[in-house]
Structure formats: structure tokens, C-alpha cells
Design a protein around this ligand. Sequence first.
Ligand SMILES: [Mn+2]
Length: 414
Amino acid sequence: MGQKTPPVVDAPTEEACVERGQPKLEELRKLAQGKTTLLAQTHDYPDPDTIASALGLGWLMGELFGIETTIGYGGIIGRAENKAMIKVLGIKMRRTNTGDFKKYDLLALLDTQPEVGNHCVPMDRTPDIVFDHHFPRELEGPTPEFHDVGGEYGATSTKVVELIMASGLEPPTNIATALFYGVKSDTLNLAREASPADVAAYLYLFPRADNRLLAEIEHPQVPLDYFRVLGKAITRGRIYGTMIVSDLGEVYTPDLCAEVADRMLQVEGVNHALVAGWFEEALFLSLRTRSRAKNAGRILHSLVTKFTDGTAGGHGPMAGARIPMAGRSQRSRADIRRKIVQKVVAAFGQDYKHYSRMVNPSDSDHSMTPPPPKEPVEEKKPKPEKNGKVDSQRPAKKNGRPKEPAPAEARPEQ
Ligand SMILES: [Mn+2]
């Protein structure tokens, strides 16, 4: 609404991207000297951008410097689209544990930063390489040797694409498709926080990506539990002015919070969404906003680190947090959740005491009663069925008052 997205003509030329990428390649070349293995670590619950950037970086390090890359993650790959991405594009990833971080010559961290969380790299292991488009965090520990964070990038994949452009190499279809999906999903197809650099990466990747594979990734079948969670999100959803808040209860994968939060922004009149979910003794929060005046990442990070020992990360329109709850009573869990939700609602200028529900509780009853006719109707004579019998289940007309809806059983099967 009145907000401008960068026009395509603003995209930097390929030469400009190459110029930006070349000194970075030089740095990586120095780091790679005498090394043979790299662990490219993604999120604990990896999204397409972190997976694609790890894949792209790994391929480039292999082609240019003969480095062998393993892609790691700490938690689970939960979302159906992300599972499909890995399967369809043949991406190999393995779950890493603490011991793994000593086994590789080099460690790269993608789409997050050492002190942000959402990854399982131990605090005493400073990554050698960090690529992240989220706002730069002040580091308490040592600065990684290669530290490319923040800047005008809507996706970490875009940073990796600049390196590929600078290398002059031609990426294979699966790498290009993964990176295209990384840029596309993080920027909502260039509609959210897309910078000129993202537009350039998108245009570079588009003719190199396979749109049929992409469609397979973007429209996967989902488990029935997905719809159960969606149902819960709606029945529990509260609307505070222009904000929706919902608690999904226990979820089978924490990235459902992010997915549902995105979904909630589709409700007319809603500009902000906060979705909570519980997974393995931790509370997960996803925050989304359409407002350019608010920074979801900063809001969530300041509240979560002030009131809990959890971690949070994100940027302008989107943020996520994980708050460990092991050893806490149910009451203390509820208190922490309420406090954070209250403060987030207030941070968006809404009143926590006044809300309406997304659905009327009486709407969730399970009867199959069809709605009554709007006008009084003359009940038609029951038609004889094919075998000549009259449907004996159909109730007899009551004294010319046909307003009572027929019971569900009387409706013919569809
Ligand atoms: Mn990202």
C-alpha cells in the first residue's frame, strides 16, 4: 500500500555483480589454501535460502579450489517444500553433532551468524566463513576470517550468486534451481525486502533454473497433520486490531510456525502476525510484519534476550525465536509465552486486552446440518429412487412448516 518495490531497471549489471564478488573470491582462495574439506552448516531447521547457499558455496569451493563440501544441519528438515527441494534436486545433507565440527578443515555458516542461534555450531568453534544477509550482530567472540554479513540483500543465496557470477563458471541446473528458489522464497518472489542485487541474481538464475522441478518443489503433498495444525491455528487465532496471534500447540516441525505466520498475513486487514509452537521442550515463535516502519528481527530479538535465555534472529519483515523450556513448570512456560506475546502485541501498537477470534467457537461444531432455506419453500414430493422405493429416511413434512432443515442423513450422497 503505497510501498515501492525496487523496479527491475535498478538491478546492477552483471559486471557490477562480478566486481563485487571478485575480492570475496580472492579471500576465499586464500582461506582454501592447503585445505581439502569444508562443512557448510545451515540452520537447525533449514529453509530454502540456507540450503541453497550451502549448496552453491560448496559447489563453487569444489570447482575453484578442489574442496570437498558436506552440508550439515542441526535439527530436522520439516516443511514439505524443503523435503521436496532436497529430493527433487538430489541435495545431500547430514545431521551434524558436536564432534563433527572438528572433523573438517573449514567451517562455513550460512544464512545465520555465530551468536544469533538457529544453528548448532558450538560457541568455542568460530566458523571460518560466514555468509548472512540478516543485520550484523555485535560479536562477543572472535570475528570469523571471512565475514560477509548484512548489506542490501534479501537472501543469502544472492550473495552466493554474486560469487558464482564473479567466478565465470556456469552453474549446473540443480544448483541454479536451488539458488533461484532460495532467492524466490526469501523475497516472496521479489515482493518482500528484495534489493537490486536480488533482482540481478533472479534474472541471472531464471534462464538457468528448471521451472518444472521448481513446480514439483513448490506444490508438494503434505501430511494430514499439516491440516490439523492449520485448523488449530485458525480456531485459536486471536485478532488484535491489525495483528493476528496464534498458538499451534505441539507441532511436528517448528518451521510450521513460519509457514502459518506467512499465511496469517493473507487475512484482509492484517499487517502483523505472531505464531507460537512447541517442539522438543522449546517454544518457537515466528513474527511477520508488512510494516516498513517496524523491524520484526529487532523487536523479537530484544524481547527474547531481555526476558528469556532464548535466541532470536531475523530482519525487517520476518523473525524467528527459540526459547528453551526444559526444566520449567507448565505455569512458568505459559507465563513466559504470555509475557512475550503481550510485549510483541504492544510493540506493534495493539491492545492486548482487546481481541476478537478468527472464528466463532460455535462454528467449530461437528454437525453437518445444512443451512436453512432463505425463503419458505414448498417441500417437494420425494422422488422414487431407481429401485422404485421411496427414501424412508426422509422426514415427513410437518404441518406446512418446512423451515426445519433436513437432517444430514437425508441428503443424497455426493
Ligand atoms: Mn535468508
